[in-house]
Design a protein around this ligand. Structure first.
Ligand code: BGC
Length: 378
């Protein structure tokens, strides 16, 4: 938590990288006029809260620094995104920044980008199957799942009580490379308790493929959970916990619990992202926690990586020393099937109803007039 506060403090203090008085590994003498450069940004979808924030933050950050930006959204449709990226390449953008709908679908197109020497930065989600990716900027995705699993372990006091408890898993979209990391991070944390019978998965769904949620959509998570409850939790059978990989799936699960669950307890539901509706559910006790990924930090790191590349320099390990937040430079964890991608990984942290104020301290959220719920600062 100390590091989180350090990050927040750096940001609250207006901790821009320049203000740190340090430079990245880019050379001071690099000649570069941002106004001559265009960044092509491809985001997956506008109907999931977080990508709107990401798109907006990134666009603002680059434009404030004088760069031109073309921002596309692809309705969660991999073919549309592929066409969007083809369009960006044909406009001769100087750098592509992509959060992929389907990490595998873009590989051929990105090979063309490589042939044109357009650097490609994989944003939040790793793009698979191509040599074209120069850098990956994200959070430690396995840690997201691990934090969810550890939270359940603590709340159910798995080491100190005999149980048994009932748990279910609700994962993200099959095509999203992150989703598997989230699931595995959570599952691996709990697998010993599942194997020993302290945790029961009454649905029997214990693989990522079995619990994946199409397009990450709340309505799909709701449908899947209602089916599961009807089939496996009859006549008041208690469901103790649901590991939901993110907030959109948690929203659907919460709705399914409201509509279909008739046990006497409120299951402990996890999430990720800090979406507004989920934060309201956390205040109201319908969702227990969310794993928060500071998008301000992510935007800052991404900007610095891209800027360094655009100035003709190599970000590499040295960049992290100039960054005010905790970030790891990792060259051995994320393999996209073609190579280990040089990655900058930020640190996610747990938000519950007891530490919502931490979100306000990121400057990205504010308390509503009622003093009870939070809204995002627009
Ligand atoms: C992101 C999550 C997000 C999910 C659905 C993942 O790739 O890392 O933050 O909740 O996509 O949009």
């Amino acid at each position: 938590m100390k590091k989180v506060i350090a990050t927040i403090t750096a940001l609250v203090m207006g901790g821009s990288l320049a203000a740190c008085g340090k430079t990245s590994s880019s050379s001071e003498s690099a000649v570069s006029n941002p106004g001559d450069k265009t960044i092509g940004i491809a985001m997956p979808a506008q109907n999931l809260e977080r990508w709107n924030s990401d798109g907006e933050f990134l666009k603002n950050k680059f434009e404030e620094a004088g760069y031109n930006v073309i921002l596309t959204y692809s309705d969660n449709n991999a073919t549309k995104q592929n066409n969007d990226v083809i369009g960006l390449i044909s406009k001769d953008v100087d750098l592509l920044l992509i959060a992929a709908v389907d990490g595998k679908e873009l590989s051929k197109t990105l090979d063309d980008a490589k042939a044109k020497n357009i650097p490609v930065v994989s944003y939040d989600r790793l793009i698979m199957g191509t040599e074209a990716i120069t850098y990956y900027v994200s959070f430690d995705n396995a840690t997201v799942g691990k934090l969810q699993g550890e939270y359940i372990k603590e709340q159910l006091q798995l080491d100190d009580t005999s149980g048994p408890y009932n748990i279910e898993f609700v994962g993200g979209d099959l095509a999203d490379n992150n989703a598997r990391y989230f699931f595995n991070g959570a599952y691996d944390t709990l697998v010993n308790y599942i194997d020993s019978g302290k945790l029961n998965v009454r649905s029997g769904k214990t693989t990522f493929e079995q619990v994946a949620t199409t397009d990450w959509l709340p309505e799909n998570a709701k449908k899947d959970m209602e089916k599961n409850l009807n089939a496996n939790y009859p006549s008041g059978t208690q469901l103790d916990a649901v590991i939901c990989s993110n907030d959109s799936t948690a929203l659907g699960v919460t709705q399914a619990i409201d509509s279909t669950y008739n046990g006497s307890n409120q299951p402990i539901i996890t999430g990720q992202d800090g979406d507004e509706e989920n934060l309201r559910n956390i205040v109201d006790g319908k969702q227990a926690m969310t794993v928060y990924k500071n998008l301000n930090d992510l935007t800052l790191v991404t900007f610095e990586v891209c800027k360094t590349i655009l100035e003709g320099n190599v970000p590499a390990a040295g960049l992290v020393d100039s960054l005010p937040m905790e970030v790891t430079y990792d060259t051995g964890s994320y393999n996209n099937g073609k190579k280990y991608v040089q990655s900058y990984l930020l640190v996610p942290y747990v938000i519950t109803k007891d530490n919502l104020q931490l979100l306000v301290e990121t400057d990205l959220y504010k308390w509503n007039d009622d003093g009870k719920y939070l809204s995002k600062v627009k």
